[in-house]
Design a protein around this ligand. Structure first.
Ligand SMILES: [Zn+2]
Length: 482
């Protein structure tokens, strides 16, 4: 009786899905009743038989149908009509395809532009190139370098960094970066930021964070470098400063306790720390081994900031997962990296940025300026040599040195350094996802993967600077920029 009413109902588009559900529910119930009745179970038969075809049954179906109607259309998908699709893995792009997204997942990829169902939403990207959300393997979301940065160390509170980091995370996401690895912060701000983003409270990329990096006294990550002696600062493993094997183990365990996903070490001097050398090795091999072995025990991998050759060599031999910057990388070190499977995170744009700023009087402290002027411009050449030698390269920018949201400028520098555009894009999608060990869910536009999807106008394979014009960002099926 009810079925006849439903079938005869005028099929307005808004009602098609609920009607379909009502029919399915009714059929299911009828089916159950038939089974129970046929089985002739003495306890149930009477009740079920009495329900069949009478008001009680009709009421039950109506209630269920009403519940489904209230829940809204259950099969409503988002269809992305993509003029060009770069899937993050294939060597070539494909034209005119439809990505079907249900909830947070890609459920189908169809040739041509699929016509939407009554409740589906279409996103028209027919003049765009659609690709997986980008991943930056080296950012610092809690700050952005400026001429004031050294003063900020004495004037900013934890809450200041927290608010700034939320702003920078949003900017990063809107630039098309749906995943980042944060390599060094203060006060564990990015651990809290990660939680807020995962909870959906704050818009931002998925974060893998190392929290506070680990250094040695006076090393690149000593937070008290350059302070006057009367401050009598002597930071501890808790602050990320170690000077023995035991300290090294304790510092790793502290990061585990703090909720870090990675360990960051400063294996050599660096450019922006107020210290003389940008190259000297800053850990013994014993300390490095202690860090890496302890990290392994706790399921953490290690990223090593390194400019100088000897510190880089020690870090690779000890077993770090990635070398950051890698400025004075020799052929021997490249050979070692290939042997150990170590990834290279170039951060070319950070090198160029500090080299530019070194030209401005007073921008950097006097100890920093010569390092910025000499080390900065070398990274582009290191990148070219590493690419030619076959070292595994994964996209990373050191953003927070240069402004947040500019991350995609790195693509043009990689292409200028000899990497084909498609490979540069893959270094920030499938290669990065595999590096982070999230390749099962991220980094490729394939059926079953998470819907982290971005778009840029035109064809970035012909003009790689188009990567800097991200027009659309979806993360986990939710649109953040359109
Ligand atoms: Zn960095």
């Amino acid at each position: 009786m009810l079925l006849i009413v439903v079938l005869g109902f005028p099929a307005h588009p808004c009602l098609r899905q609920p009607i379909r559900y009502l029919l399915i529910t009714a059929e299911l119930l009828r089916f159950c009743i038939r089974i129970h009745t046929d089985r002739g179970e003495p306890g149930n038969t009477k009740l079920i038989k009495s329900a069949t075809g009478n008001n009680q049954m009709t009421r039950l179906i109506t209630i269920l149908g009403g519940m489904l109607f209230a829940a809204g259309p259950l099969f409503a998908d988002t269809l992305i009509h993509a003029g060009r699709l770069i899937d993050g893995e294939s060597a070539t792009a494909v034209n005119e395809v439809t990505l079907r997204v249900a909830g947070s997942t890609i459920t189908a990829i169809e040739n041509g532009y699929t016509a939407p169902g009554a409740d589906d939403t279409v996103i028209d990207m027919t003049d765009q190139t659609v690709m997986p959300g980008l991943m930056d393997m080296h950012v610092h979301l809690t700050g952005q370098y400026s001429a004031r940065s050294n003063l900020n160390r004495f004037t900013l509170n934890e809450a200041d960094y927290a608010f700034d980091s939320a702003m920078y995370a949003k900017r990063t996401l809107e630039a098309g970066f749906t995943v980042v690895r944060n390599l060094g912060d203060g006060f564990n701000v990015t651990v809290a930021l990660r939680k807020a983003i995962d909870a959906g409270d704050v818009p931002g990329p998925k974060i893998f964070t190392a929290a506070k990096g680990i250094s040695s006294t006076g090393g690149h990550g000593d937070p008290t470098n350059g302070w006057a002696a009367h401050f009598d600062a002597d930071p501890t493993p808790k602050d990320g400063v170690v000077n023995s094997v035991d300290d090294a183990r304790k510092a790793v365990r502290q990061r585990y306790k703090d909720g870090a996903d990675w360990i960051k070490i400063t294996a050599t001097g660096g450019v922006l720390s107020v210290a003389k050398s940008g190259q000297n090795p800053q850990f013994t091999i014993e300390e490095l081994t202690a860090i890496i072995d302890t990290a392994k025990d706790y399921g953490l991998r290690v990223a090593a900031h390194a400019h100088g050759t000897e510190g880089m060599r020690r870090a690779v031999v000890a077993g770090v997962a990635s070398i950051e910057h890698g400025t004075y990388m020799t052929d021997d070190v490249m050979k070692l990296m290939k042997k150990h499977g170590t990834y290279y995170v170039p951060t070319v744009m950070a090198g160029n940025w500090v080299a530019e700023k070194a030209k401005i009087d007073g921008f950097f402290p006097e100890l920093v300026r010569p390092k910025a002027a000499t080390i900065g411009p070398l990274i582009e050449d290191t990148f070219s040599r590493a690419y030619k030698s076959g070292v595994k390269i994964v996209f990373g920018t050191d953003t927070g040195v240069s402004p947040h949201g500019d991350n995609a400028q790195e693509f043009a520098l990689m292409v200028r350094g000899g990497m084909p555009p498609m490979e540069a894009i893959q270094s920030a999608t499938s290669v990065a996802a595999d590096f982070l060990e999230i390749g099962d869910t991220h980094g490729r536009l394939k059926v079953g993967k998470q819907a982290d999807i971005i778009a840029v106008p035109g064809n970035p394979l012909q003009d790689i600077t188009l990567m800097q014009q991200v027009s659309f960002v979806m993360k986990g099926g939710k649109v953040y920029k359109d």
